[in-house]
Design a binder for this molecule. Structure first.
Ligand SMILES: O=C(O)c1ccccc1NCC(=O)[C@H](O)[C@H](O)COP(=O)(O)O
Length: 248
């Protein structure tokens, strides 16, 4: 359970083939391009972001790597970075942490390699978060292309291993502007004491207010992608909206 009452916002910069893109439901080939990832990240920072959620989609899909570019982006930012995508072994974990990012998200490895994940959590503590990406309550790995077990069984195992934080995504909502899956967030918060970062589907300031109302239940942050890129609201408007919920 989190003690801070204000929802953290993490604008997303998902990178494919060197470009900032948005996908629909994480499907490869559904990209809309938004140009230079560094420019996007710097723009969110300029607009008041305290965090950037930075994803190497090629590494997640196994179609390549944007490692040097992402390291450069992290190095140029003054804000905290959550780095995700393709972090699956000692070498990729070491490289990701060496960028100076605040924390990394493990996805596939947490589903396919429990021993390695346990050791990574034991060594790096809260620099490790685990992405729980689900369709229904079935987890998805390998860039969300492969099923990876049952959500609550995996959550119990990761909790027992001391996982510090979960990033919870309803894949069917991701990039759709269809609204977040609030019930999923409530269910995960009820099952763990670790803080939860919500991801996928945010479309409006009301969606952010609804997620912010779950802070007392354990939601700590919300990743926002498509809505910001599509101009549904600005980041300063989003920050003001979640501040207002915290001040009630
Ligand atoms: O985060 C990953 O590792 C990942 C892997 C494969 C496909 C997509 C992945 N992340 C996507 C995101 O984190 C989205 O940017 C985020 O959920 C925002 O969604 P939305 O606000 O609906 O655009």
């Amino acid at each position: 359970m989190t003690t801070d009452t204000r929802l953290e916002l993490l604008p997303a910069v998902d990178v494919r083939d060197g470009q900032a893109v948005r996908l629909v439901k994480g499907e490869s080939g559904s990209e809309t391009s938004y140009g230079d990832p560094l420019a996007a990240a710097l723009a969110w920072q300029e607009d008041g972001a305290e965090w950037i959620h930075l994803v190497d989609l090629d590494a997640a899909f196994g179609t390549g790597s944007n490692r040097e570019l992402l390291a450069e982006v992290v190095g140029r930012l003054d804000v905290k970075v959550e780095l995700s995508g393709g972090i699956r072994d000692d070498e990729s974990l070491r490289a990701a942490l060496a960028t100076g990012c605040t924390r990394v998200n493990l996805g596939t490895a947490a589903l396919e390699d429990p021993e390695w994940t346990r050791a990574a959590i034991a060594e790096h503590g809260d620099r490790i978060a685990v992405g729980l990406d689900v369709r229904g309550t079935t987890l998805a790995g390998r860039g969300w292309t492969r099923e990876g077990g049952e959500l609550f069984e995996t959550l119990a195992r990761l909790d027992a291993d001391g996982c510090a934080r979960y990033v919870v995504t309803d894949v069917n909502k991701d990039g759709t502007l269809a609204g977040p899956n609030l019930q999923l967030l409530r269910d995960v918060c009820a099952a763990t004491k670790a803080p939860v970062v919500a991801s996928g589907g945010v479309s409006s300031l009301d969606d952010l207010r609804a997620i912010a109302s779950l802070v007392p239940e354990g939601v700590e942050g919300a990743i926002v992608g498509k809505a910001l890129y599509a101009g549904a609201f600005t980041l300063p408007e989003a920050l003001a909206a979640v501040r207002a919920v915290a001040g009630r």
